[in-house]
Write a new protein. Structure first.
Length: 263
């Protein structure tokens, strides 16, 4: 590991599921984000996007049709929140085959599309992890139409947020998740013993961003409580701010239950 050129190098977007899209748009606008309408997916969801200067974005998403078979539907029954994240690939089929050969549990690519409010159809392909790793491993994306048609132009947000610093994922079996990440990213994770909540964790780099796996500690720690309520899944996200005075975390009452830290 740690040899040769990196394969998957950046977070494409983070998914925030909400019971009502209009409410989420109002909420994140109040937080100082510039929110752009995204459109409707053929899969029965619609979205709005918050694009950043580093090329990443937040996807606010809601169901406009009931779909109990959708992988995100169970999370919606618990209020939604930060439920998934995506890594960009420039060779989705090649990367998927490589990961499958390496023993990473990924499904074959599938086509996806969205109709923007201006009527333009945006198309891409996704490769999802197997259901047991949903929300723990990222899903992968490659555009069919141009990326600039899927991702709105980066906005100058009033809150001075400029990008995604990283995500943290709560896992019950950190050794198993670590093995999958080391195979996926072809790097060795850095152990975190004292700078992570719960029982510590392991951090992987994606360019200048990171994915951190958090394990539960002894007793009634926050990670253990999260796992008991939601199972292995995204725990919090960290955004970058240009404002030196803006650090810490937003109250979850203002974010719709999403843990957002500012770096």
């Amino acid at each position: 590991m740690d040899g040769g050129s990196p394969v998957l190098t950046r977070l494409d977007h983070l998914v925030i599921l909400t019971p009502d899209l209009g409410t989420a748009v109002e909420r994140y606008t109040r937080l100082g984000f510039s929110v752009v309408a995204g459109g409707r997916h053929a899969s029965g969801t619609h979205n709005a996007l918050v694009a950043f200067a580093d090329g990443s974005y937040l996807e606010l998403i809601a169901f406009f049709e009931s779909d109990p078979g959708h992988r995100w539907w169970p999370a919606l029954q618990q209020g939604g929140g930060f439920i998934d994240f995506c890594v960009e690939s420039d060779d989705l089929r090649g990367d998927t085959e490589r990961l499958q050969r390496a023993g990473v549990s990924m499904q074959d690519p599938r086509p996806m599309s969205r109709i923007r409010p201006d009527g333009i159809e945006v198309r891409w392909e996704l490769a999802l992890p197997s259901p047991e790793f949903a929300g723990v491993l990222p899903f992968l994306i490659q555009d069919v139409t141009r990326r600039v048609e899927r991702v709105p132009q980066a906005a100058d947000h009033p809150n001075r947020i400029v990008g995604v610093d990283g995500v943290s994922i709560a896992v019950a079996d950190v050794a198993r998740a670590r093995q999958s990440y080391e195979r996926m990213l072809e790097q060795t994770g850095a152990r975190l013993d004292h700078e992570a909540p719960g029982g510590g964790g392991v951090r992987f780099r994606l360019g200048d961003q990171s994915v951190t796996l958090l394990s539960p500690g002894g007793g009634d720690d926050p990670v253990a409580r999260w796992l008991a309520a939601r199972g292995p899944s995204p725990y919090f996200l960290r955004l970058r701010s240009r404002s030196p005075s803006r650090r810490g975390a937003w109250p979850e009452s203002e974010t719709g239950g999403v843990r957002i830290e500012l770096a």
